[in-house]
Structure formats: C-alpha cells, structure tokens
Design a protein. Structure first.
Lengths: 463, 389
C-alpha cells in the first residue's frame, strides 16, 4: 500500500502535492485561520527532498514557519517519503502586479483637468490604455486592418506577420495598433508587448551607439514577443538604424514573434528604404486605412459624443459628418468645440449654432486647396518640377502625372474643363476631358493607381 | 504577567499603536493589541498584516507574561484613568487593571493566536534626523492617490542618495517633491551609486506621521536632536526610534512596500518657464479663495498675467452664481499668459509653502506649472492646468 502510494506521489505535480497537503491541513485548522494564512500559497519548487512554498507576504511566512511547519512537513512526508525539508519564500514580484495592469483598460475618462501625459501610458509597454478595440469604430474603410488586428491579438505571431498598417493622418492607425497591444496584454499577460514610436527607436539606436551598448539594445528588443512600431516611414534615410532594425526584425520574425508596423504610406512609397527591409515589410499582411465613409463618420461621432457625455441632435452630427471628410481627428476637434460651447452656455448647440461654431474648421480645407497646390503636390510626388507639368511636353513620364493632376483638379475642386486646360499652359478643354475620363477609368481597374491617387490626395489635404 | 506602569506611558503607547487595529472578520485577533514583557520593558504590538507597530515602555515588571486585549476598549478605558500608577495583572487570560479607585477586568485572547511579526534580517540601517523627515512627508502626503489602477502612485516615493533624500508624491494631476540634504554624507553600503529607493504605502506613511505627532508632545527640544533609523529588506522597511534615555528601540514601524516601479517623474518637472510670477503668498491665497466662491462645480479659476502691468488678474465665473474678478501685484517675467486651474489644487499646494513670497512658473495654457517658495529650493509643487474652454 505504502509502496503504491509512494509511486503515485512520486508522479504528483507540484500543484497536486500542495492540494493534497492543504486538504489535510484543513482538518486541523479553523476555517478563519486557514483562509488567512493559506490564501495564495503554492509550491514554488520541488527538488530532491526540499519543497519551497511561495507565500504572499512576510506575515504568512512567519506564521507558517512557526506554527505549521511541523504539520506541513509531516503530511508532505507521508505523501512523499523523500521530503525532508520545507522552506518558505515571499516572491519578490508577485503575479498580482500583472493582474492590476490589465485592469487599467477602460478607466479613462475625458476630463478637462489635464494630467501629466507621461503617466497615462504604461511605463513598461508604452501603451496608452485609452486605445482599445471597444472604442474603435469599424467601417468599410478599415474593415480589413481591423480584422487582421483582431486576429493578431487573439493569436500573436502565427498569422499576418508582420502586419503593416498604412493610411493618412488622423485615421486611426495609432489607435488600431495600440489596441492590438492592449488586447494582447489582456489575452496573454505573460507575453512581452512593447509599443515604440519610430523616433524613440531611432534615438535609442543613436544613444546606444554613443554609449557602446548596442548589443544590450539589441538583446532587449530581441526578448520582446509583440513589437509595435509607429510611423515606420521615419526610418527613411537612417541607414544605421535600418540595419539594426533589420537584424532585430529578423530575429523576432524567425522566432515567430509578432511585429506590427504603421506608416503613412505603403512600403513601396517610402523613399530611401533599403530593398531588403521593404520586401520584408511586404512579406506579411499589408492593410490600408482609407477615408471613412459618411455612415462611418456618423458612427464615430455618435461613439465619441457618448464617450464625452454630450447629447447632440442627429442633424448636427449629420452636418459635421457631411462636411469633415478626410480626418477623424478633425471630427473629434469639431465635437470638442461643441462640447466647450455647451459647457459655457449650458445649452446644447442646435444646427444653426453648430454651423457658426464650426465655420472656420469646415471652410478651412477648401480654402487651403488651390489648383496651384494640387499641381505642386502632384509634381512633387512624381519628382518633377511644376513647370514640367505645364510645359507642352509629350514625354510619357510627364503626360501621365499631368493627367492625374487634371483628374484631381476636376474631382476635388470641380473645376471646369476649359479652366483646367488653361492652367496647363493653354491646353484644349478636350485634353482635360480625355485626361479625366482616362484616369477615372483606370482607377477602377488598377488598384495601385487608386492608391497612388489617394496618397496624393492625402498629401494635398494634410499639409 | 504582573506589572506596574505610569498611566502616561501606557496611554502614549496605546495612542501610537491602536490606530492600525481594524475589525477583521476572518481574523478577529487583529483588533487586539499584544501586551507582553520584554526584559524590563513592557511591549505593545499591533498589526493589520501590512503594517506592524511595536512600542516599548518603561515599567516595573514583577512577573513576565503576555496577553492579547481588544485595543480600542483598553485605550478608551485607560484614557479615563487618573494620572497615576497602574497595576496590570493577567490571570487566566483576563487582564486585571487596578488604578487608584478604578478597577476593571478585560477578557483577553490567546496570545499564541496573534500574528508573528516578521523580522528584518539586516543590521544595516540609515540614520536621519526626525524633524525634517517628518516635515518632508507631511508636505507631500496629501498628493498621493488611492487609485488602484496605478498602485505605484498610491504611496510615497523615497529616493535616497548619498547626500540627499527626495520624497515625492503624485496623483497624476499634480506632484510634490521635497529634497532633504544631509549634513553628513550617508556612509552606508546600502546606498549604491544609483541610490536606494522604495514606495511606502499611504497608510504606513500616515502612521509614521501619527507617531511623530504623538511624540511631539514630549517637547520639541528633544525631537530636534532625535534621529530615526531605517532598515531595508527586499520588500519591507522598518523605521525605528530609540529611547531618549537608553539605547534601545522605543518605537518600531514595519511596513510592506509597494512593488512596482515609480514613474520617471523628473521628466515631468519643467526645466524652464514661459512666464514667471513672484507673488505675496497670503494675498495670492486669499484671492484664490475668494474666486473659488464663484467657480461652480468645475473648480475652475482663471489667471491672467500681463507683464507690462505687473499685475495678475484672477477670474472665476459660473452660469448659476455669477462672477468675480480680482487682481494683485506681481513681478512678472516672460510672456503674457491666460491659464485655468482647479483652485483646490492651487490652495493645497500653497498650504505646504510657508514663505511669505511664492514663485509661480507657468508653461502656456496646457503645460505643467510649478509653484515653489522663494528662498527655499528644496520644495516644489507641479500642477497641471485645466483645459480652457
């Protein structure tokens, strides 16, 4: 009998052994004492006759050592004859700290009282808990990146690696990739997650080169399970950083660690990015965030106004969302303006007031975008001079950008065809019509052209 | 156990130890004080399993022994006794108290059930002056936050360097930092080049202050020369005050520490300013209090400083109550500025500044501002504005 029990207990795991010991101690202890002193205890280590028990604090340690050691040892010995010694330890970093961290998520409330910015982000992960999937509004324009992000947070490292998210200013890239981080921490508290802006990464490389600690820098980053880098386009032209990043990227990738990148343009459009990096960026999943459509803009406004606790009528929201199209951040800005009005005057702004309040936000972009600006941006984008576009050249590399410029003029400003013709050195209005129709047609067929035009538009509006 | 003790001595010991005893349903013994004899001293111990306080009192021991007695009841009873000698005797787990014409019997609990107070396994300690230490803690203690989401912020941060100690607290809206400079370099191996730091829970910090203020009754002369010893171990700390007469510990406070890393708050303290005001403290305080009457629920008051006028305007308004505007003289350097604050935060900061003039350095409408006394570089109070609407 004893022999059989010995064999069984020899196979007992640490958890099973401790459960068996606790089950017997229960009989000799009052329930209150048992609850106080044995809560959160476990076997930390079982090694040749020695058992180390982890206790939550020094009080438990003293108590168990002085009052229960004999009993525990006796029971342990009866279960496993090898056990000769029992030690008690208070682990330095309890698991509790980690649990606390995951609770942070939804406590954020928008208040007027400003906080120290540095405190909002988690110190270890750099993630800001206010960015979560729960307050991320999904529409047709960001369905794909959202789905990919969601999948990654469920199962980091094994699908879509790396994830490359790109899109214009203020469309929610940072929100999305931080949400992945926050969700991953919740789902996998043991995984090391880091959010870092590209700029911080670069300055990290620079200072570690200065301090001769580049190895340490690399090692630190190689231990990460989920690495999130924001605004990766700033790597352009920083060759040494690109090289270090390349090595870190490879190490992480080989070990199936998740890498998430964001940028304001696709990898192809990032100038002076080394070819091997570019191809790696394209190796996983590339997802773009476009402009939100009208319905999504409405949804965003509704979510935001609920978050901020203001009740605006539908026609006000409709007015905002039909007039601010290119930037979610601007939507929020408009909303903030109305909230400020409401707080000052104790009156919910109606449509008429909203119109006057938002006049300068809404009319600003149209004023800023002039035909000159469009031509300039297009020329810049294709690395041409403005006068090349206007001159009467029929070279292919000039004709195509010129047609794009004409197309955008027509589409964005609704300029008349004769006007467009005149802008390009007195061309006939039929040339303009031809250009517009040609690009309209090709955009539908050619995905890459579509993206290109979108990028140009973003640049026009963002500056 | 049989002892004779002066009422004053026993009362002081109970005042210091009693406060941390709490009603604890799972472990009722925690609302007891453990009374025992320790050589020629009487020893009182209380604990809430996070903090433990031990107090030793001079007394005449006739027979050693120990007992656990409900702390509140004992303390309340002793308070009513005349200033005389008290006889304490334990018979069959009942404490018999006999003092002049008052007699009482209090039922005790089994002293073996009382938690064992963990020991700190180190003989290394730091020794610093009590009075400035006490003052430093009291100047920052109100700015911790019991916020559970950031456990690190729920305590006071102590950062020891060889020449100085920084005591810091913040609730993420404001931050207070007090620096104590040591006359003699701390000569301890405990303090490495990087220094030594820990986060003390708010409750333990409060108890420390309570101990100091109880002690102050003894006359401030003594306290000036008094020193406090600090023992560290991995996640506990022990504060110890010796008897003035004999070199034995009189009071010990042991506490667990908050695990976690304190935020790198030095980044928050602005190194420069856009606008600097130098104001009369009392006048400034009065004007803020006046303005606070009209600030309504948001607690918002607005400051406007115009360098050419040498004047600061304080303005508050609420749609229900009305408005108030006042101005006071100030030396102003830098840009003109309009900025809003929560008046409560301003007043609480000013309350810890005792100098007749204060420096107020601001960094625009949304940047952190710093409040500090004139002629005292050891204290500073960083405060974030309210986003102006």
């Amino acid at each position: 009998m004893i022999l059989i029990r010995g064999i069984i207990s020899g196979d007992m795991t640490k958890e099973e052994l401790w459960q068996a010991i606790l089950a017997q101690i229960q009989f000799n202890t009052s329930p209150a004492n048992f609850a106080t002193w044995f809560k959160n205890t476990k076997i930390l280590l079982k090694q040749e006759g020695k058992i180390v028990i982890s206790v939550p604090n020094h009080f438990s340690k003293e108590w168990l050592e002085n009052k229960y050691n004999k009993t525990i040892l006796k029971i342990a010995h009866s279960l496993n004859e090898n056990v000769k010694e029992i030690k008690y330890e208070v682990p330095r970093t309890g698991l509790e700290v980690k649990k606390e961290r995951s609770r942070i998520t939804n406590h954020y409330t928008d208040e007027e009282q400003l906080q120290f910015e540095e405190f909002k982000a988690d110190k270890v992960t750099n993630l800001n808990p206010r960015y979560s999937f729960e307050n991320f509004v999904v529409g047709p324009y960001n369905e794909l990146p959202h789905a990919a992000a969601w999948a990654i947070s469920k199962n980091p490292g094994s699908i879509y690696n790396p994830l490359f998210v790109y899109g214009g200013v203020g469309l929610g890239k940072t929100h999305l990739i931080q949400a992945i981080g926050n969700k991953t921490i919740k789902n996998f508290p043991d995984k090391k997650t880091r959010y870092i802006t590209c700029e911080k990464f670069i300055s990290g490389v620079v200072s570690s080169i200065k301090n001769h600690s580049i190895e340490e820098f690399k090692n630190n980053h190689r231990k990460i399970d989920v690495l999130i880098i924001d605004d990766i386009q700033f790597l352009a032209g920083k060759e040494k950083t690109q090289e270090e990043f390349f090595h870190i990227f490879n190490t992480l990738y080989e070990r199936n660690r998740q890498i998430i990148l964001s940028s304001d343009r696709p990898p192809k459009a990032i100038s002076s990015l080394e070819e091997r990096l570019r191809s790696r960026f394209e190796g996983g999943m590339i997802a773009d965030i476009g402009f939100p459509d009208y319905e999504t803009r409405m949804a965003i406004l509704k979510v935001k106004s609920q978050e901020k606790g203001i009740n605006l009528s539908d026609d006000v929201l409709e007015y905002i969302s039909s007039n601010i199209k290119e930037n979610v951040r601007e939507l929020e800005g408009a909303l903030n303006r109305l909230i400020a009005y409401q707080k000052l005057n104790n009156q919910i702004p109606d449509c008429q007031i909203a119109k006057t309040l938002l006049k300068n936000i809404i009319s600003a972009p149209t004023r800023m975008v002039s035909p000159k600006k469009i031509i300039q941006t297009v020329a810049e984008f294709y690395d041409l001079k403005e006068k090349d576009l206007i001159a009467a050249s029929r070279k292919k590399e000039i004709v195509f950008p010129r047609q794009i410029a004409m197309y955008i003029l027509r589409e964005s400003l609704n300029s008349s065809f004769p006007f467009i013709g005149r802008k390009f050195g007195g061309k006939d209005h039929t040339t303009a019509i031809h250009a517009f129709e040609k690009i309209s047609r090709e955009i539908k067929e050619n995905e890459r052209l579509f993206e290109e035009v979108n990028l140009i538009k973003q640049r026009i509006y963002s500056v | 156990m049989k002892i004779i003790i002066l009422k004053e001595n026993l009362k002081k010991g109970l005042d210091i130890t009693e406060k941390i005893t709490t009603k604890n349903l799972t472990l009722p013994i925690l609302n007891n004080v453990l009374i025992s004899t320790d050589n020629n001293l009487l020893n009182l111990i209380t604990t809430d399993l996070e903090i433990a306080i031990k107090y030793w009192a001079l007394s005449k021991i006739e027979k050693p022994g120990k007992i656990a007695i409900p702390a509140k009841l004992l303390s309340d009873f002793i308070n009513f006794l005349p200033e005389e000698k008290i006889n304490l005797e334990v018979k069959n787990n009942v404490l018999h108290i006999d003092c002049k014409n008052q007699k009482a019997q209090i039922k005790g609990q089994d002293p073996e059930e009382f938690p064992i107070i963990p020991k700190i396994e180190t003989n290394d300690y730091l020794e610093i002056k009590t009075a400035p230490f006490y003052e430093g803690i009291s100047q920052v203690i109100n700015f911790t936050t019991p916020n559970q989401t950031r456990v690190e912020l729920s305590g006071i941060y102590f950062n020891f360097q060889k020449e100085q100690l920084k005591i810091t607290a913040t609730d993420s809206f404001r931050l207070a930092e007090k620096t104590l400079y040591f006359e003699n370099k701390l000569n301890s191996d405990l303090i490495s080049e990087k220094g030594y730091s820990f986060i003390l829970p708010l409750k333990a910090s409060r108890e420390l202050l309570n101990i100091f203020s109880e002690k102050e009754g003894e006359g401030t002369k003594k306290i000036d020369s008094k020193k406090i010893r600090i023992y560290f171990s991995s996640n506990q700390v022990l504060f110890e005050i010796l008897f003035p007469e004999i070199s034995k510990p009189q009071i010990q406070l042991m506490s667990r520490l908050i695990e976690g890393e304190y935020p790198d708050y030095q980044e928050i303290i602005p190194k420069k300013y856009e606008t600097q005001l130098i104001l009369n403290r009392n006048e400034f305080l009065n004007k803020i209090k006046t303005a606070s009457l009209f600030s309504g629920k948001t607690n918002e008051i607005r400051l406007k400083a115009v360098p050419s006028k040498k004047e600061v305007e304080i303005f508050s308004q609420s749609s229900e109550l009305g408005e108030n505007k006042s101005s006071l003289f100030s030396k102003i350097t830098g840009k003109e500025i309009k900025v809003s604050f929560n008046w409560r935060f301003l007043i609480e900061g000013l309350a810890n500044i005792k100098s007749s003039e204060v420096i107020f350095e601001m960094n625009g409408e949304e940047g952190p501002s710093v409040l500090k006394p004139v002629g005292d570089a050891t204290y500073l109070y960083v405060i974030m504005p309210i986003k102006s609407t």
